[in-house]
Design a protein around this ligand. Structure first.
Ligand SMILES: [Fe+2]
Ligand SMILES: [Fe+2]
Length: 142
């Protein structure tokens, strides 16, 4: 089970935090559901991850995030694993995808959130603050 705690996991960028809460909730549902619900929930997870990674990619591009290639490479790698697991789910083979969600994905998220996503959020806040100072406008992020 992934335990979401704002004080530990929130990165201070509203769009990213909302996405990460949703990711956590979906992974927990997948860990706890029975086999009849697993396929539909896994499809939701795949759809979520596509949007999650596209949205972070957009934030990286508009803010010219220096480690964009590395971060996007990591998204592509894990999405490739998810697509492979999804194929197994569609064939009714749930053992490996279940283990992947419970161990691989949980562990991946903890590390990814604390490293690459945290670095992106810190960068967005720096860029956002610089922009606010320059324009005197309202913050666009966080
Ligand atoms: Fe993320
Ligand atoms: Fe990310």
């Amino acid at each position: 089970m992934l335990r979401w705690e704002d004080s530990i996991h929130a990165l201070g960028v509203a769009e990213m935090d909302a996405t990460h809460r949703e990711f956590t909730a979906l992974v927990n549902l997948l860990v706890e559901c029975d086999d009849t619900d697993f396929a539909a929930l896994f499809q939701k997870l795949l759809d979520h991850c596509r949007l999650h990674f596209t949205s972070e990619g957009r934030l990286m591009r508009i803010s010219r995030f220096p480690a964009m290639n590395e971060h996007e490479g990591e998204h592509h790698r894990i999405y490739g694993d998810l697509v492979q697991m999804h194929r197994a789910v569609q064939r009714g083979r749930l053992a490996l995808p279940r283990a992947f969600v419970k161990q691989g994905l949980e562990e991946w998220f903890g590390v990814h959130l604390a490293s690459m996503d945290a670095a992106l959020a810190a960068h967005l806040k720096r860029v956002g603050e610089a922009r606010v100072e320059m324009s005197g406008g309202l913050p666009v992020l966080g």
